[in-house]
Write a protein that binds this ligand. Structure first.
Ligand code: C5P
Length: 221
């Protein structure tokens, strides 16, 4: 019963992280949230006032950062140089800026190599934008999750730590803009891998989606 790797990609708020966590729980696998890594980098850059245009400085600082993803009580904990930043990286300020840093080629190369290391021993459920296409092109199971943008905004709104900082309408616009930046960037844009299974989750529950993915894994093994 050998372990496999599972790649889950898709736009913001499609339910990737919730589903990936459930699938990992069911299979006894490790969940890796790659968006959290780009968010942690963004937090540090905003703290230090380093704009995404200053790519050399971004890279220099990013190379010295230690990002840890740890299983916590309610989902995954994100530590940045030992400090718990799990809630901070979900703020509207991070949402608004993360895609600008995530476009930097050298930064992506750094993140991709860390992500590949985490998947070396298999048994990983990894979610992001470029997992099936770039990070783990040989992942045994690949899923591309989408949902209507209004539905995705509604889901994100519900899980926000600071909902008073925005409105559902504003969030819908922000998500559409982040999708646009992620899909139109030059380096590993958001794309469905040719061998990924497309799941439109607009009218599916979280457990239906995770069961569908677990079935794909069982069909594989
Ligand atoms: O998944 P999440 O919404 O937390 O990702 C935040 C942002 O990080 C995305 O909008 C995207 O710009 C970037 N990202 C990426 N590649 C990944 C994961 C996230 O570019 N694999």
């Amino acid at each position: 019963n050998s372990k496999i790797n599972i790649a889950i990609d898709g736009p913001a708020g499609a339910g990737k992280s919730t589903v990936a966590r459930m699938v990992a729980g069911k299979l006894g696998y490790v969940y890796v949230d790659t968006g959290a890594m780009y968010r942690a980098v963004t937090l540090r850059m905003l703290e230090l006032g380093i704009p995404p245009e200053n790519e050399d400085k971004v890279l220099q600082v990013a190379r010295d950062m230690v990002i840890e993803l740890k299983p916590g009580e309610e989902g995954q904990k994100v530590l940045l140089d030992g400090k718990d930043v799990t809630e901070q990286i979900r703020s509207t300020g991070i949402n608004a800026n993360v895609s600008r840093y995530a476009q930097i080629e050298g930064l992506r190369a750094l993140m991709v190599s860390l992500q590949r290391q985490m998947a070396l021993r298999k048994g990983v459920v990894m979610d992001g934008r470029d997992i099936g296409t770039t990070v783990l092109p040989t992942a045994e199971v690949k899923v591309f999750m989408t949902a209507a943008v209004e539905e995705r905004a509604r889901r994100r709104f519900q899980e926000m730590k600071d909902p008073e900082s925005t409105s559902l309408e504003q969030l819908t616009r922000d998500i559409a803009e982040r999708d646009r930046l992620d899909a139109e960037r030059e380096v590993s844009p958001l794309r469905q891998a040719s061998d990924a299974v497309l799941l439109d989750t607009t009218r599916m529950t979280i457990s239906e989606v995770s069961e569908a993915i677990v079935s794909l894994c069982e069909a594989y093994g």
